[in-house]
Design a protein around this ligand. Structure first.
Ligand SMILES: *Cc1c(COP(=O)(O)O)cnc(C)c1O
Length: 428
């Protein structure tokens, strides 16, 4: 399949040492491939930097509190804000450096020593995907593209549409039929051209791949574009920098295609290599019981078998995960494991997250907390352990599921007796 945008073709990216295929291990120079020519779409390339690509704690101090603070380890060339050329960051949008909360009530509820919540629903378009889209629009502009495209269960789409709007690129978005309405509303509001494919995410993804090849659009599909995991890894860089000595024993991440957890791990490892993380946490990969292909591949120690995509958590409803190899490898390297959770456990986690920490997460975002609960019950985590749960998307993105989790209000007549009657009927 042709793609005229090759990773790093536009200019010499001296800080990138090689692009390494995660399947066969072959190495490519930047600008020679988007995915491994020998392995096709299974041959996702990992960006590796040379030893001069580094920063110290002193370098970081005083830098802007967004993901561009890690510029030495990002695969784009940055110029100062306001300089007006393609290396300017979309600085008007605050991406990354999302808050980390010490959630004591929730830790107690889970039965572990300490729990941190990193709320990535606080990004500009309200999901973790903004970390990847920020990189994608930079890379697209620097490659001279005018049109960017992606297939997405919803968040990557709304994110790309927002960043395209902020940078003046044209966005063409493919979403599956079931994408929640609020996410689709974001897309049209940001001015993207939105194609709702009357099929599931896997078919939608295939169609977008084909269309990018056919029409020459810049492809933001996370698994095939090696830049995007570099954006996602900034969550791992931040967790290390924000928590320092408090870096937890476990980090729970929900898994769809597997790019998020692979990115978080890459960030943690890079910080550890630079001497900026005292140790490496274990990763808890969390999938839904109805969409568990990566967890199964991990458990069997074999190649992925395409599975179902049956879960209410639309952002991780992926039957054919595209970055499973990197996800499995990350969890294995970390000494961690995978767990699967039911939709009922996800709904409960949404309520606990909101009612014990005031963080409103969409189903896929609360799935990581549900996974921690499951891991405690299964004896994977003990009462002495500490953990961080990555909340990957805001709950307002899927209000239907929120109402399914929490119920609706009680309608009353505008009379004082009705207030007392209704309250008596409501168990608090
Ligand atoms: C995309 C997404 C995930 C999973 O990320 P993958 O890279 O597909 O594994 C989890 N939660 C939310 C809210 C997402 O949008």
């Amino acid at each position: 399949m042709s793609n005229r945008y090759l990773a790093g073709e536009d200019r010499p990216m001296t800080k990138i040492e090689e692009l390494k295929c995660v399947q066969c291990g072959r190495s490519y120079a930047p600008g020679t491939a988007m995915t491994c020519p020998a392995c096709g779409l299974e041959g996702i390339l990992e960006v590796r930097y040379g030893p001069e690509a580094r920063f110290s704690a002193a370098d970081l101090a005083g830098r802007p509190r967004d993901l561009w603070r890690y510029r030495e380890l990002l695969p784009v060339e940055l110029a100062a804000a306001g300089s007006g050329d393609a290396s300017r960051t979309p600085a008007e949008l605050q991406v990354g450096w999302t808050p980390v909360y010490d959630a004591r009530r929730l830790a107690e509820h889970l039965g572990i020593r300490r729990l941190w919540i990193k709320d990535d629903g606080r990004n500009p378009t309200a999901s973790f995907k903004d970390r990847a889209s920020a990189l994608a629009v930079m890379a697209a502009r620097q490659a001279g593209a005018h049109t960017v495209a992606c297939a997405s269960t919803g968040n990557a789409a709304s994110s790309l549409a927002g960043f395209a709007a902020a940078t003046g690129l044209e966005a063409i978005i493919f979403v599956p039929e079931r994408a929640p309405e609020p996410k689709v509303a974001q897309l049209t509001m940001f001015g993207a051209r939105v194609l709702k494919v009357q099929d599931n995410y896997d078919r939608t993804w295939d169609l977008c791949q084909q269309a990018c090849g056919e029409f020459g659009w810049y492809n933001r599909n996370a698994a095939v574009n090696p830049y995007l995991v570099e954006g996602k890894k900034t969550a791992g860089l931040e967790i290390a920098e924000q928590l320092g000595e408090d870096l937890p024993d476990w980090i729970a991440v929900s898994v769809g295609d597997g790019c998020t957890i692979a990115g978080v791990w890459k960030g943690l490892v890079e910080m550890h290599r630079l001497g900026l993380a005292p140790r490496l946490p274990r990763l808890l990969g969390v999938q839904a019981e109805g969409a568990r292909a990566v967890a199964d591949a991990f458990a069997r120690g074999e190649d992925l078998v395409v599975g179902g995509d049956d879960t209410m958590a639309d952002s991780i409803a992926v039957g054919h995960p595209r970055n499973w190899r990197r996800a499995v490898r990350a969890v294995r390297e970390s000494g961690g494991t995978f767990v699967c959770v039911s939709d009922a456990e996800i709904l409960d986690a949404m309520r606990q997250l909101a009612r014990k920490a005031a963080v409103f997460g969409e189903p896929a975002a609360a799935a990581s907390l549900a996974g921690l609960g499951r891991a405690v019950r299964d004896g994977i985590l003990s009462a002495r352990d500490t953990a961080l749960t990555l909340v990957t998307g805001n709950g307002l993105k899927d209000t239907k599921s929120a109402i399914a989790a929490a119920g609706g209000p009680t309608a009353i007549a505008p009379r004082i007796e009705a207030v007392a009657e209704a309250l008596a009927a409501l168990v608090s």
